[in-house]
Design a protein around this ligand. Structure first.
Ligand SMILES: *[C@@H]1O[C@H](CO)[C@@H](O)[C@H](O)[C@H]1NC(C)=O
Ligand SMILES: *[C@@H]1O[C@H](CO)[C@@H](O)[C@H](O)[C@H]1NC(C)=O
Ligand SMILES: *[C@@H]1O[C@H](CO)[C@@H](O)[C@H](O)[C@H]1NC(C)=O
Ligand SMILES: *[C@@H]1O[C@H](CO)[C@@H](O)[C@H](O)[C@H]1NC(C)=O
Length: 788
C-alpha cells in the first residue's frame, strides 16, 4: 500500500515538471513541435495544457482544435467528455464521445488572444467523474491582419522658411495591432508618398525633415505643403499592410524681403493754409513678408522740403503718411520735391542686408488759398504826448494781403477797444490819429485793436494790438502833500523848526520829482517864519523870531510857494496854519487860543458826527434825569430851603442800589473809575445805621480870597464819604453847606435873617463824591467864587 502511494506521487511530480518545462519554453518552441508534444501527452492522459488555433479562419466548417483523451477511456463508449469555461458550448464545442475539440467560428486574436477552458471525463451511465477536472488554454495564433494606424489622420506642423536641409519638422507615429512579439506583423517602416522633394521621413522613426536647401524653401513662393506619410508593416516587405497620414506643413515667415515702393513717383497737393500736422497724402511700399517682418520706417531723406514735411508709418496699413510740418506759403514756394526712403523696422541680417532700402520721389504742389492781410508786426507800440492836439498823427500800422493778387487793405479800429472813440485810423494807409484830447493822469495807456480787411473780401480779416502810451507833460503843479496845521509855542525860540512839509505832483517826469519850496511874497514881508528847502523834496518851517503871543495873534498863516523842475515849470502856493499855544518847558502844547480850538472849519464830517452823537447822548442823560426827578416828586430831594441849610447831608436814596434798575438809570451815571474804586470797598447798600453824625455846622459868608478853610472843609467831607463803608452810594447827592469861621459882623447869612423871600444863590459845591475832588483839583480854589 505504501509503495503504491509513493509511486503515484512520483508520477504526479514528474508530470507536473514536464508541464512546467513546456510552459517555460514558451514562444521559442515552434507550433509544430508543441503539437507533437501535445499529441504525445494526450496519449498519457489529461495533460493538454495549451491548444493553438489560427485566427481569422476562413473555412466554412468547424475549425478543428485538437482531441481530448482520458486514460480512463478504453474506447468502449463509457466515457463522456464535458467542456466548461470561456466560450464552452458556443465558441468551442467538444464531441462528447471522441473528445474532438472544434471552434464554431472564426476568432480574432486582436479581440481576445486566448481562452481558458476546463474539461472532465465522466461516466456516461451515472455521470460520475472519472478524473478531476482539468484546465487548459486555447491560444490564438497571430496572422498579419491589421494595418498600421497613425495617431492622427491629419498632422499640422510648421517650419521657418529658408531652413537648412534636414531641419526636423515633426515626428509622426503609427501603431500596429498585430502581435509585436511574434513575427513582423507589427514591424513598421515609414516612407513618404507625397511631399517630394521638399520633405523626407526617417524610415524607422517617422521624423519628417526638410529635404531642400534654404533657397528652395521660400514662403513667398509656396507657403503650404501637404505631405503624405505611409507606414508599412512586415518591415516593409511585400505583402505587408500599409497605413497613411497627411501632414500639413506651413512655412513660417522670416524677414527675407526688403520693402519696395509701389510707385517710383508720387504726386500730391496741399492748401497753403494747412495747419502743421495736416495729412498731405500716403505713399505705399510693399513687402512680401508678413507681420512684424513687413513693418517699415519711412524717412524724408532729401529734396527741397526736407524740414517742411514729415513722413510716418501707419501702424496698421504700413503706408507712409506725409504731413505738413511747417506753415506753407503759396506766394513763397509753390511746390516741393521730396526723396522718401523706406526700410524694414526689424531687418534680419541673415537674409537681407540691414541697409536694404527703397527710395521714391514725392512731388507736392502748394495750392493757393485766399488769405487775410497780414500785419507787418505782431503788435505796435506808439507814444503820444498828453498835450497832443486833436488830429495829430500818432503812428501808423501796415498790413499786406498775402495773396498773389495783393488785394487792397482797409483798416478800421475795433470800437470795442476804443469805446470813447479817442483814436481814428485812416482806412487807406493805416495812420492813426488822435480824435480827442488825452490826459495821462487819467489813463496812461490806450490799448486798442486795429483790424485789416481785404477790400474786396471783407471776410478775410486780421487784427493787431496797438499799445498807445500817453507821455507825460508837466501840466500839473505840485501841491502840499496834506493840509498842514501846526502850532508854535509862545516861548519858542527863534530858528526853531516847527514843521516839515512835503509836496505831491500828479505828473510823472522821467527823472522823478524835484520840488522847490520858498516863502510866498505875501508871507515874506515882516516874516515871522522861514522856509528851508531840504533839497530832498521836503522843507522845514522855522520860527524867525521869539515872543509869539496868543493874545496878540492866535493864528499865523504861512504861505509857501512849491514849484517843480520840469518845463514848463509849474508852481502853486500852499498855506500852513500855525497856532500860537502856551507850552510847558519841554515845548509840549498846553493851551491854544479858543479861537483856534473852536475852529471847526478843518473838522471832518466824521468828527462832526461824533460831536453830534455826544450832544445827543448828553441830551438823553438830561431827559433821563428829568424823568427821574419827576418820579421822586413825592419825596423831593431837598424838602425845603430850610432843610438844605440845616441838614448838611441829605440822603435820599431809596432805590435798591445797582439792582434797582427801575428807580433810575444807574448806567447813565456810572463813572468807571469810581466804580472800580468803590467796588473794592463796599457794595451799594441802603445804610441800616444812621450815617456819621453830621459835622458841625458853621455858617459864614465867603468874601475873601483866602478860603483855605473852605477847601479843607470840602476835602474833609470828600474823604469822609469816600472812605465810609456806610456812606450812601456814590451816585447819591451830598449837599454841603458851609458858613465859614465867623466874622466880625456876626452872621450875615440870609439864613439867620430868616428872610426866605429874597432870591438866594446857593452856589455850593455840589458834586458826586470823587468827581468833586477832581473838579476841585482842576480849578484852583481862587477860581471858585462863593456868593455871600
Ligand atoms: C491641410 O491642408 C489641406 C490642403 O491645403 C486643407 O484642405 C486642410 O484643411 C488642412 N488640414 C488642416 C487640419 O489644417
Ligand atoms: C495817410 O493819409 C493821410 C491823409 O491823406 C496822411 O495825412 C498821412 O500822412 C498818411 N499816412 C501815411 C503813413 O502815409
Ligand atoms: C496796455 O498795454 C501795456 C503794455 O502791454 C500794459 O502795460 C498796460 O497795462 C495795458 N493797459 C491796459 C488798460 O490794458
Ligand atoms: C508877524 O507877526 C506880527 C505880530 O504877531 C504880525 O503883525 C505880522 O503881520 C506877522 N507877519 C506876517 C507876515 O504875517
Amino acid at each position: 500500500m505504501r509503495t503504491y502511494m509513493t509511486a503515484f506521487l512520483l508520477w504526479a511530480w514528474a508530470a507536473h515538471c514536464a508541464d512546467a518545462m513546456t510552459l517555460l519554453r514558451g514562444k521559442e518552441v515552434s507550433r509544430r513541435e508543441r503539437n507533437l508534444e501535445t499529441l504525445k501527452r494526450s496519449k498519457r492522459g489529461w495533460m493538454w495544457k495549451q491548444f493553438f488555433l489560427q485566427e481569422e479562419y476562413t473555412g466554412t466548417d468547424y475549425q478543428y482544435i485538437g482531441k481530448l483523451h482520458s486514460d480512463m477511456d478504453r474506447g468502449d463508449g463509457a466515457v463522456m467528455y464535458v467542456l466548461t469555461g470561456e466560450g464552452a458550448g458556443t465558441v468551442f464545442v467538444i464531441d462528447a464521445n471522441s473528445g474532438d475539440l472544434h471552434a464554431t467560428r472564426s476568432l480574432d486574436r486582436e479581440e481576445k488572444p486566448s481562452y481558458t477552458l476546463r474539461a472532465q471525463a465522466v461516466n456516461k451511465k451515472n455521470g460520475q467523474p472519472l478524473e478531476p477536472e482539468t484546465e487548459f488554454i486555447v491560444k490564438l495564433h497571430d496572422i498579419n491582419d491589421n494595418e498600421p494606424k497613425f495617431e492622427k489622420e491629419v498632422y499640422t506642423a510648421s517650419v521657418p522658411e529658408r531652413s537648412h536641409i534636414g531641419t526636423s519638422v515633426i515626428q509622426v507615429t503609427a501603431h500596429d495591432a498585430d502581435d509585436e512579439m511574434f513575427g513582423l506583423s507589427a514591424k513598421l517602416v515609414y516612407s513618404i508618398s507625397q511631399g517630394h522633394p521638399y520633405f523626407s521621413v526617417e524610415s524607422n522613426t517617422g521624423i519628417i525633415r526638410t529635404a531642400l536647401g534654404p533657397s528652395d524653401m521660400d514662403r513667398e513662393q509656396r507657403e503650404h505643403y501637404q505631405v503624405v506619410i505611409e507606414a508599412k508593416d512586415m518591415a516593409g516587405q511585400r505583402g505587408g499592410l500599409t497605413g497613411s497620414t497627411i501632414v500639413n506643413i506651413t512655412l513660417t515667415d522670416v524677414n527675407d524681403n526688403p520693402p519696395q515702393f509701389a510707385q517710383s513717383v508720387y504726386q500730391f497737393s496741399v492748401p497753403e493754409l494747412s495747419e502743421p500736422g495736416t495729412e498731405v497724402g500716403q505713399v505705399r511700399a510693399l513687402d512680401a513678408d508678413i507681420g512684424p517682418n513687413a513693418e517699415m520706417d519711412y524717412t524724408v531723406v532729401g529734396g527741397d522740403g526736407l524740414d517742411v514735411f514729415s513722413v510716418t508709418a501707419d501702424k496698421t496699413t504700413q503706408n507712409g503718411i506725409l504731413s505738413v510740418r511747417k506753415p506753407l506759403d503759396y506766394e513763397k514756394k509753390k511746390s516741393y520735391t521730396l526723396q522718401v526712403q523706406v526700410r524694414n523696422t526689424h531687418p534680419d541680417p541673415r537674409f537681407v542686408s540691414v541697409d536694404a532700402k527703397d527710395l521714391t520721389t514725392v512731388r507736392i504742389n502748394v495750392e493757393d488759398v485766399d488769405e487775410p492781410p497780414r500785419f507787418e508786426r505782431p503788435s505796435y507800440v506808439m507814444e503820444v504826448k498828453e498835450d497832443a492836439a486833436v488830429g495829430t498823427a500818432i503812428g501808423s500800422v501796415s498790413a499786406v494781403d498775402q495773396d498773389a493778387r495783393r488785394n487792397p487793405v482797409k483798416y478800421t479800429i475795433d470800437r470795442h477797444t476804443d469805446v470813447d472813440r479817442i483814436f481814428n485810423v485812416h482806412a487807406g494807409n493805416g495812420s492813426i490819429f488822435l480824435q480827442k484830447p488825452l490826459d495821462r493822469e487819467d489813463l496812461a495807456w490806450h490799448n486798442i485793436s486795429v483790424i485789416a480787411a481785404e477790400f474786396n473780401n471783407p471776410q478775410q480779416t486780421s487784427r493787431v494790438p496797438v499799445y498807445i502810451r500817453v507821455l507825460d507833460v508837466n501840466d500839473n503843479p505840485p501841491a502840499l502833500a496834506s493840509f498842514y496845521e501846526t502850532f508854535v509855542c509862545e516861548n519858542a525860540k527863534s530858528g526853531q523848526k516847527i514843521q516839515t512839509i512835503t509836496a505831491v505832483d500828479q505828473d510823472e517826469p522821467s527823472g522823478g520829482h524835484r520840488f522847490f519850496f520858498m516863502l510866498a511874497p505875501e508871507s515874506s514881508v515882516k516874516a515871522n517864519f522861514s522856509v528851508r528847502d531840504n533839497g530832498d523834496n521836503t522843507a522845514g518851517i522855522y520860527t524867525r523870531r521869539t515872543g509869539f503871543r496868543r493874545a496878540q495873534k492866535s493864528t499865523h498863516l504861512v504861505a509857501v510857494v512849491i514849484s517843480d523842475s520840469d518845463s514848463p515849470m509849474m508852481s502853486s502856493t500852499g498855506t500852513l496854519t500855525v497856532r500860537v499855544c502856551t507850552c510847558d518847558r519841554d515845548g509840549n502844547m498846553e493851551m491854544c487860543s479858543a479861537e483856534a480850538l473852536s475852529g471847526t472849519a478843518g473838522l471832518s464830517t466824521g468828527a462832526l458826527v461824533a460831536i453830534l452823537l455826544c450832544v445827543l447822548i448828553l441830551l438823553l442823560i438830561v431827559v433821563l434825569f428829568a424823568a427821574l426827578k419827576r418820579q421822586k416828586k413825592k419825596e423831593p430831594l431837598i424838602i425845603s430851603k430850610e432843610d438844605v441849610r440845616d441838614n448838611v447831608v441829605s440822603y435820599n436814596d431809596e432805590g435798591g442800589g445797582e439792582e434797582d434798575t427801575q428807580a433810575f438809570d444807574i448806567g447813565a451815571l456810572r463813572h468807571p473809575e469810581v466804580m472800580e474804586e468803590s467796588s473794592k470797598l463796599r457794595r451799594d447798600v441802603v445804610p441800616s445805621d444812621p450815617p456819621y453824625p453830621p459835622p458841625p455846622l458853621r455858617r459864614t459868608a465867603v468874601t475873601s480870597r483866602d478860603n483855605s478853610d473852605v477847601r479843607n472843609f470840602i476835602t474833609q467831607r470828600v474823604q469822609e464819604h469816600d472812605s465810609s463803608p456806610v456812606a450812601p452810594p456814590y451816585d447819591s447827592l451830598a449837599t454841603y453847606a458851609y458858613e465859614g469861621e465867623g466874622s466880625v459882623a456876626e452872621s450875615l447869612s440870609s439864613l439867620g435873617s430868616g428872610s426866605s423871600e429874597s432870591p438866594h444863590d446857593y452856589s455850593y459845591l455840589n458834586e458826586w463824591g470823587p468827581r468833586f475832588r477832581k473838579l476841585a483839583d482842576m480849578y484852583g480854589a481862587d477860581e471858585i467864587e462863593w456868593d455871600s
